[in-house]
Design a protein around this ligand. Structure first.
Ligand code: ATP
Ligand code: MG
Length: 276
């Protein structure tokens, strides 16, 4: 597979769901260089999913522009692929058929399709399950099938909207590690939307904190940590503490009750720390 990543440039982006309502966000600026893993953290409702859908070309912005390299983005493409919390597989198909479905739509000959599918299954460590029906897989394995289905399209950018939040802590940790390592090996960009601060620290090169209504990017952190990242490593813990502080401050400035903010940022992350 030859994947190369993309330079993302977003200028003055704004979005409103209705012409009379308040904007979800306005005048948002975002640059992400080729191959970067970028996390966007923020409390519920600040507009993270809306932003991700716009970057994926699934929703049209109401103002501003987006360029990937020099190309203006005005709609969806197989070059940028979104992974959701649920894997959305075809339950009557085998693993390999699910992974090859996009190549089938694109008219790939069977032999080339089978080779590409085998390559993607190897990357997600599911080669032994190629002929298994997806209904016989665990939730984590199904998410790996969804990942392989994205990878066969050789995306420049993989967009993740809390894709692992329904999984148990061990499965989540292994997917967080593997998605980052595959992205780094192949060179494509990641944008990960999450309210799990641990996820941002374990997966990202840079983390942005979004807050307020309309949503704004209020903080930016370079996550300069060596790979593979271990949750218990002091440098990881210290980055986590810095991000958690900024998250709390941003959310409080944006007007959320302190206890609600603490619950949202802390409960989820600490449950991961205890188990994984
Ligand atoms: N289809 C829609 N129509 C109208 N308003 C919407 C729609 N989808 C989302 N919103 C509103 O836009 C705002 C941002 O929603 P969004 O789903 O982007 O938040 P989020 O940061 O992803 O939240 P969460 O962390 O809960 O997933 C919220 O106030 C939400 O109520
Ligand atoms: Mg969301």
């Amino acid at each position: 597979m030859s994947i190369r990543g993309v330079n993302i440039s977003i200028k003055g982006l704004g979005y409103r769901y209705s012409s009379r309502g308040n904007p979800t966000f306005s005048n948002l600026m975002l640059e992400s260089p080729r191959g970067e893993a970028l996390a966007i953290i923020g409390r519920s409702g600040c507009g993270k999913s809306t932003l991700l859908h716009i970057i994926a070309g699934l929703n049209r912005p109401t103002e501003g522009t987006m360029h990937f390299d020099d190309k203006k983005i005005e709609g969806p493409s197989s070059r940028w692929v979104m992974m959701f919390q649920a894997p959305h597989l075809f339950p009557w198909m085998k693993v390999s058929q699910n992974v090859g479905v996009g190549l089938g739509f694109a008219g790939w000959p069977e032999k080339e399709k089978a080779e590409r599918v085998a390559e993607a299954l190897k990357l997600v460590e599911l080669s032994d399950y190629a002929d298994t029906n997806v209904q016989d897989l665990s939730g984590g394995q199904q998410q790996r099938v969804a990942l392989a289905r994205s990878l066969v399209m050789e995306p420049e950018l993989l967009l993740l909207d809390e894709p692992f939040s329904a999984l148990d802590a061990f499965t989540r940790a292994s997917l967080q590690r593997d998605v980052r390592s595959i992205a780094k090996r192949l060179g494509f960009n990641l944008i990960i939307v999450t309210h799990d601060i641990d996820e941002a620290v374990l997966m990202a090169d840079r983390a942005l904190i979004m807050a307020g209504a309309p949503g704004k990017i209020v903080h930016e952190f370079a996550v300069n940590l060596t790979d593979p990242r271990q949750r218990q490593d002091p440098a990881v813990q210290s980055m986590r503490a810095r991000l958690m502080d900024a998250f709390h401050t941003a959310a409080q400035v944006a007007g959320a009750p302190a206890e609600e903010v603490a619950e949202e940022a802390g409960a989820e992350s600490s449950s991961v720390s205890q188990h994984a």
